[in-house]
Design a protein around this ligand. Sequence first.
Ligand code: UT7
Length: 318
Amino acid sequence: MNFKILGTGSYVPENVVTNDDLAKIVDTNDEWITKRVGIKERHISVTDTTLDMGANAASDALENAGVKAEELDLIVTATISSDTACPSTACMIQNRIGASCIAFDVSAACAGFLFALETAMGFIERGTAKKVLVVCTDRMSKLLDWSDRSTCVIFGDGAAAVVLEATEDGYYNSVIHTKGGNDVINIPAKDGCSPFYKNEPEHPYLFMNGQATFKFAVNSISHDVAELFEKTGLTKDDIDVVIPHQANKRIIDFAQPKTGIDRDKWYVNIDKYGNVSGASIPIALDEMNKKGLLKRGDKILFTAFGGGLSSAAIIIQW
Ligand code: UT7
């Protein structure tokens, strides 16, 4: 059993923050950010919550798919910035859009879309779900240290969603990895106010060793793609479109030649959104879909890496 994507959707907050705007907050400049990362602007939430963005993206995807919320069998949401630890963001999206199916979150940071697709595929293969909504939503701005120029300039807020339908035909194959540890990327959760705790207070916001993340990213993209080709017997020429996680344009520039897949197949839109965590890939997919850049039958390769550390590569058929 496989799935086809019936529709895509996305939502980003209205507030656009340019590199020049950031230069008023931290010691940075448009030239450094453009050259080192490839970002010109990002959308940063003013009032939109993680749920608001996810629910808006979900509604957009359902409309694009021509599917009603009541028809869904499963909602999987990938997020690392849920407004509440309980209920999960997926439960609240179910409530907002008027669905009644089971719903839960997965946490795999920037690789979240691929971990969520893999989870959805498990339900589809076992025949327990026919129509599935996968939503990625992150309000990264609430996790950042806005005095740390090496991290606050690279992330953005946003959400995207896809509606999947089980099919006999189509194509799906994946590789998925975790290398657990918090020395490279760490985002603490709140400790609460227990009078019994004696833990040392931790830096409360996102920490990232940028260069170690960069190396992990380039290595995992080339390794995961090679492993997926080995597993499937497909080659670079079978791939029509590559949508990589949009973390840094230079990571894509370094990784692309190692995969052997022609550069003109890689879709890059980081300049407009920054790194929107798990939502980066489905935002790009939605943009390609709405611009009419995808043809039925196209083989699309997704490749992602991020906190965990997590990485994955998936090939689907559009
Ligand atoms: O989605 C998964 C998570 N994230 C990633 O994949 C990010 C992976 N890493 C990266 O993209 C890059 O490592 C960064 C964009 C985070 C940093 O770029 P870099 O080329 O690795 O810079 P660096 O950390 O080696 O810093 C070079 C210089 C330093 O100055 P000195 O020590 O050479 O004087 C930094 O202080 O650039 C300085 N710098 C900045 N300058 C202006 C760091 N951030 C900034 C900034 N503006 N925003």
